[in-house]
Design a protein around this ligand. Structure first.
Ligand SMILES: O=C(O)c1ccccc1NCC(=O)[C@H](O)[C@H](O)COP(=O)(O)O
Length: 313
């Protein structure tokens, strides 16, 4: 199938960067919004990522990465850590996000020390961390991921990256990632299936992220999916609606879902114990939280405020 047909049939909203324009004369003939300019921020990020990954791959080809993996400690059990936390506290297991900035919110924290933040999160009862590695849009880095892994914290690490190629998964593993994010509006079903298999070989978990019913139905049909994130933030418009988690988990779909052994994660826009109760009631056993924790002077203590009680014991 041609790329456009795949996109059409699977409802993929984010287009990939088109090939360079045919150069026919002294001027390139560019038409705005006729396929050669990104339509939204997620598309812009993905197009930038394509170029960035191509350059990184030249510096570190896959065979050198695979060699490097021989000396990397095995991946930690991301899903197990979330299930354990949920059973221990009766509340959703927390994936606490280490993020300095975001396109929708700008700079979230000026005095940003990723290792200190991760240590505070672990002390406060986080089960796992989500570490932003994108530099251009989130001011993150793979150095942050590696520094957190080497600092001795026990929580498994999600590499929060915009994955467009398998090479990035190997790269993340070589820096200590235990899990990766796969965004359903960016990747065709077959790529998701393939990437899940690669992750399994590497001992890593995959958090497959959806935002609407169509993406959810596609992802539910993909073999091997164990962890699905429901993003309450529309990554094209930045609109946040925590009711989205309930919307995707109710009705007939919800009944079907409950028959499967899939762990659901409520993502974005969670600020209060009431917000946590809303997504828990909808059926999630884990939550991914950034802004409401990272902005507080003690992000570890902020966890008790978010859950309405101490979850560290
Ligand atoms: O948050 C953004 O501005 C954003 C823009 C484009 C792509 C992804 C984006 N965010 C990723 C996330 O959804 C959040 O980092 C994550 O779910 C935590 O959300 P929050 O608790 O609201 O910080």
């Amino acid at each position: 199938m041609y790329q456009n047909e795949v996109v059409e049939s699977q409802g993929i909203k984010i287009r990939r960067r088109p090939p360079p324009l045919h150069y026919v004369g002294p001027f390139e003939f560019r038409l705005q919004n006729e396929g050669n300019t990104p339509r939204n921020i997620l598309e812009e990020i993905v197009w930038h990522k394509d170029k960035e990954v191509a350059q990184m791959k030249e510096r570190k080809p896959l065979y050198t990465l695979k060699k490097a993996l021989e000396n990397v400690p095995p991946a930690r059990y991301f899903i197990g850590a979330l299930r354990d936390a949920n059973q221990r506290t009766g509340l959703p297991g927390l994936i606490a996000e280490v993020k300095k900035a975001s396109p929708s919110r700008g700079i979230l924290r000026e005095d940003f020390n990723p290792v200190e933040i991760a240590q505070a999160y672990e002390k406060g009862g986080a089960a796992c961390f989500s570490v932003l590695t994108d530099e251009k849009y989130f001011k993150g880095s793979f150095e942050n991921l590696q520094a957190i892994r080497e600092a001795g914290v026990k929580c498994p690490l999600l590499m929060k990256e915009f994955i467009v190629e398998v090479w990035q998964i190997y790269y993340g593993r070589s820096k200590g990632a235990d899990a990766v994010l796969l965004i359903a509006s960016v990747l065709p079903d077959l790529d998701i299936k393939y990437m899940i298999k690669i992750c399994k070989i590497l001992g890593m978990a995959t958090l497959v992220e959806v935002h609407d019913e169509r993406e959810m139905d596609h992802v539910l049909a993909i073999e091997g999916v164990e962890l699905i994130g429901i993003n309450n933030r529309n990554l094209e418009t930045f609109e946040v609606d925590i009711g989205n988690t309930k919307k995707l988990l109710e009705g007939e779909r919800g009944e079907l879902i409950r028959l499967k052994d899939i762990l659901f994660v409520g993502e974005s826009g969670l600020f209060t114990p009431e917000d946590i109760a809303i997504v828990q009631e909808a059926g999630v056993k884990a939550v991914l939280v950034g802004e409401s924790l990272i902005k507080q002077s003690d992000p570890g203590k902020a966890i008790s405020v978010l859950f309405g009680r101490d979850v560290s014991e």
